[in-house]
Design a binder for this molecule. Sequence first.
Ligand code: ADP
Length: 501
Amino acid sequence: MTTIALPHLNERALRFIGRSHKLFINGKWVEAASRLTFPTYNPATGEVLSQAAEGDKADVDAAVKAAREALDHGPWPKLTASERGRMIWKLADLLEENLEEFATLESLDNGKQLGVARAADLPLAIDMFRYMAGWTTKIEGNTIPISVPYTPGARYHAYTLREPVGVVGQIIPWNFPLLMAAWKIAPALAAGCTIVLKPAEQTPLTSIRLGELIQEAGFPPGVVNIVTGFGETAGAALAAHPLVDKIAFTGSTEVGKLIVQAATGNLKKVTLELGGKSPNIIMKDADLEVAIPGAASAIFFNHGQCCCAGSRFYVHKSQFDKVVEGITNEAKKICVGPGWEPASQLGPLVSEEQLNRVKGYIDAGLVEGACALTGGKQIGEKGYFVEPTVLVNTNKNMKVVREEIFGPVVAAMPYSDIDELVDQANDSSYGLAAGIWTTNVSKAHELAAAMRAGTVWVNCYNIFDAALPFGGYKESGWGREMGHNAIDAYTETKAVCLKVA
Ligand code: ADP
């Protein structure tokens, strides 16, 4: 099926790409009810990479019913917490054993650097499963000393149980395909839920391969189901399904709002990790040797396709020209090329649609009066490459400052004092992340407290850990991924009250 010849890449990954892919429902690999398939592309060449089954409403329905059956009558809820944890740990081990294959699939399907997939996406996904494997034996309720004033003399034994929230639908994006699957699946399994996962249509491959490892790890049929397909069809059917108890979504704020509407039918629980337009602040006292490359990486990492990308850049006016020149030089040094080229540091955007969106934003910025100190253009005609772009002469009313671009484009703006800076930084409908570069510890804490954002990085950026909660204020979402917060999101609390005297 694939037309690319890349002999130095992992052979198992290339063989996997050449296979026809199916849906994973109730422990079996099945064709879509419609028998339709859809192509996934190699973003570095624009060529078809592989074909996936095009799941739709009927397939989602079958997957949800399998998940329901597995939760209500299957062996899964009868496993001990320790057995559940061991299975999740085994999945982590299997991922680790197949790291090179997964990294290659991720790089070819998404366009990201193979080295980044190897060093970041895979280890973080593996660690997520291990972290959550540990949680299975630590999900505890409380005993509660209740008084009940209207039953004088009565005695009660009251406690809470933490139970799985139920069947969960999980809809994930294309920017970190496997890692987003891990962020969603691992805590849901730890909590004892059953799952229907809908990967992004641009990047289905690592989720499908993960399904094979889920089988190999011994999870009972129906515990994890994977339905590849499009958002408007398979995704929408999952979000609206009446037998789904909770929907967890990562993607655009626009679609997040549709998910909320779709969930109203049965008032399923909803968590959302949505867009961002994160401020990245270089204070006057910052160590510029660290801050300049750090701020460049905050926007250009993963080709700017990070919901938390540091895309609004604020620098004190006294240093603005110097710092922006530094960032511009960093941008010019970046080697752009296919993910499989070892020298390449910035790969293609994920799709033609994304390429056109990013180019549209850059053009809108230039029309509104912004000036590109570097970048601003597509590179070549093959694949979806865009130059790393630094925009100045931008202001808070411009589209490039207000809206999420999801590409390697940063808008730089000067500030004069801290109060103005805080107002500017918080002047966004989003609130996912913020970066602060300073050598003054007091100022760091003061500013961190002032940021209306779910994550604040000080003298670093894009630092993630399975134990550290991640999620957004304002229109960046509801709830948190990772850490013990994620366990909360996949459990219900039941109060039990027993009269003892
Ligand atoms: P992007 O615009 O960056 O592709 P989206 O928010 O559209 O991001 O996509 C994120 C995920 O949401 C993908 O898995 C996609 O298929 C899914 N999706 C898109 N539209 C809908 C929808 N209407 N209902 C449910 N899921 C959707």
